[in-house]
Design a protein around this ligand. Structure first.
Ligand SMILES: C[S@@+](CC[C@H](N)C(=O)[O-])C[C@H]1O[C@@H](n2cnc3c(N)ncnc32)[C@H](O)[C@@H]1O
Length: 248
């Protein structure tokens, strides 16, 4: 997403007590950064303008959240949305981080005990030679499995049918249990998922939200990943989708 430069973004973030510019410094120590370290810890990848995390954090004060995006300007907007949502109350259960998700293993460790990951409307990367950049590609799922708790879940939403179909395969190949799948979230009766900015935009265009919950059973996932890595020794995991030409 292209954005206009925001000269106010960096100064506002620099002054924000819950903004973490170098998340790798807290690897393995995330819980201690929150006023309630015993609370469940959830992670949002590619949080954008933070509309989702703002609503979630206000509605669930008993849960701690880390929201990540590669763009500081997005995080600055997220900070403003959080401030508005908390209406003057201190934001104690959220950390905003500048993070390239491909490098997430440098910032989160198993001892951080992440029990849920949200991936909302990530870039679909439609060209085959870009598939490995998808946030749901096995290359990424393997990294999340490095820190996701046993029984932990990934909640994934997208407008993109091809990304969704491929992601169902990606999650299955990494051994996840598909605990919930719908191709039309808003007519599915599932009410626990709050809308994001992109979700509202696509819904207005008449595009259905595809949604899944993938559950991690560590032993099953470990075995599946071992097989996957054996078959794809150079992590050329994009080859795993049958019938696609990955030579382009
Ligand atoms: C299409 S927007 C979706 C924003 C929000 N989740 C929503 O549903 O409205 C994707 C967001 O992911 C971020 N992003 C894309 N690739 C990323 C990466 N590799 N690492 C971190 N953030 C990324 C972008 O900066 C952008 O804010």
């Amino acid at each position: 997403m292209r954005m206009r430069r925001k000269p106010w973004a960096r100064p506002e973030l620099a002054a924000c007590p819950y903004y973490i510019p170098q998340p790798e410094q807290y690897k393995g120590h995330w819980r201690e950064q929150f006023s309630n370290p015993q609370a469940p810890l959830h992670l949002e990848l590619g949080c954008g303008k933070g509309g989702f995390i703002s609503q979630m954090a206000v509605q669930n004060p008993q849960i701690n959240y880390i929201a990540m995006d590669i763009k500081s300007e997005m995080l600055a907007l997220a900070r403003r949305n959080l401030e508005a949502a908390f209406a003057g109350q201190p934001v104690t259960n959220v950390k905003l981080c500048t993070q390239e998700i491909e490098l997430i293993h440098q910032s989160i460790a198993p001892e951080d005990g992440i029990s849920r990951i949200y991936i909302n409307f990530c870039n679909p990367w439609p060209k085959a030679h870009h598939h490995k950049k998808r946030l749901t590609h096995p290359k990424q799922l393997i990294k999340y499995l490095g820190f996701l708790e046993d029984g932990g879940e990934i909640w994934f939403k997208t407008d993109d049918s091809q990304l969704f179909t491929h992601s169902l395969i990606y999650f299955t190949q990494c051994g996840f249990e598909l605990a919930y799948v719908t191709h039309d979230l808003h007519h599915s009766g599932f009410t626990q998922s709050l809308s994001t900015e992109h979700e509202r935009m696509f819904t207005q265009q008449g595009i259905h939200t595809k949604f899944l919950i993938a559950r991690c059973h560590r032993e099953t996932c470990a075995k599946a990943v071992e097989t996957l890595q054996r078959e794809n020794p150079k992590y050329q995991l994009e080859r795993i989708l049958p019938g696609e030409d990955f030579t382009r």
